[in-house]
Design a protein. Structure first.
Length: 171
């Protein structure tokens, strides 16, 4: 099974992906996690990606594409994509079966991200990330909606409530 977990920043995509991966015994491939790993290693890709992320921008598709597809090729049985694809061009060649859209209010997103206290989680950067999400990622969601693959989850609930909805949705 190939599942995409998608939604605005701060909706708990990573948490849901980890729990779902454990439950279904599927590996998780997260674009953000791959980029953070490259940044920690101070690779050429990581250093370039950091400049985009620090300004609340999406990393260009070619930069993340190689990292993600390398992982996808490893997991032919199935996987969970966490926060990828984020741009319409990234949907090509992905054989996706379900798309879990975690929908959360901007108010909750801002509250959650500010509480993380990460260097790149300032109010200005968060607002920009939301703007970029709407511009770049909403076409991806609409693409999958047209194919009948999107399952919308109320991300304003508790972590348990969100996960319960996800489990019910993939049955």
């Amino acid at each position: 099974m190939r599942i995409v977990i998608i939604g605005p920043p701060g909706t708990g995509k990573g948490t849901v992906a980890k729990k779902l991966g454990k439950k279904l015994k599927l590996p998780i491939v997260g674009g953000g996690a791959l980029l953070r790993s490259e940044i920690r290693k101070k690779t050429k890709v990581g250093l370039a990606a950091k400049k985009y992320l620090d300004n609340g921008k999406l990393v260009p598709s070619p930069m993340i594409h190689k990292l993600v597809y390398k992982q996808i090729k490893k997991h032919k049985r199935g996987l969970i994509l966490d926060g990828y694809p984020r741009k319409l061009a990234e949907t090509k060649h992905l054989n996706i079966e379900k798309v879990i859209l975690i929908d959360t209010s901007d108010k909750n997103i801002i509250k959650r991200l500010l509480a993380r206290k990460r260097a790149d989680d300032t109010l200005q950067v968060i607002k920009n990330r939301l703007k970029v999400y709407r511009k770049e990622t909403m076409p991806v969601i609409n693409y999958y909606k047209k194919r009948g693959l999107v399952i919308k989850i109320n991300g304003n609930l508790s972590r348990k409530g969100v996960f319960r909805q996800v489990l019910n949705a993939i049955k």
